[in-house]
Write a protein that binds this ligand. Structure first.
Ligand code: SF4
Length: 82
């Protein structure tokens, strides 16, 4: 499947966009990903954080499901929640 890398959110089909995000996650090499357990722990912390807005972290603008999956990623808040 071919995706437009330069489309704005307003130009993209919403369902396709989210499919693309999950496909992006699936294409990250396993050695770069944290464990499934750690991923779930991180996302639980995000779910209880006031900075989570519609799946995005308002501190950094990332989709938290993308940010949390990388082993080397850290929570961008001053509190470093994970
Ligand atoms: S500040 Fe940290 S815990 Fe809160 S949503 Fe962002 S990444 Fe998640």
């Amino acid at each position: 499947m071919i995706y437009c890398k330069r489309c704005l959110l307003s130009e993209i089909d919403k369902d396709k966009y989210f499919e693309n995000v999950y496909e992006y996650i699936s294409l990250i090499p396993t050695e770069q990903k944290c464990s499934e357990e750690l991923y779930r722990e991180r996302l639980e912390l995000c779910k209880n954080c006031d900075s989570l807005v519609n799946g995005m972290c308002s501190e950094c603008g990332c989709f938290v499901e993308v940010r949390a999956v990388r082993k080397i990623s850290r929570c961008p808040s001053a509190e470093r929640r994970w």
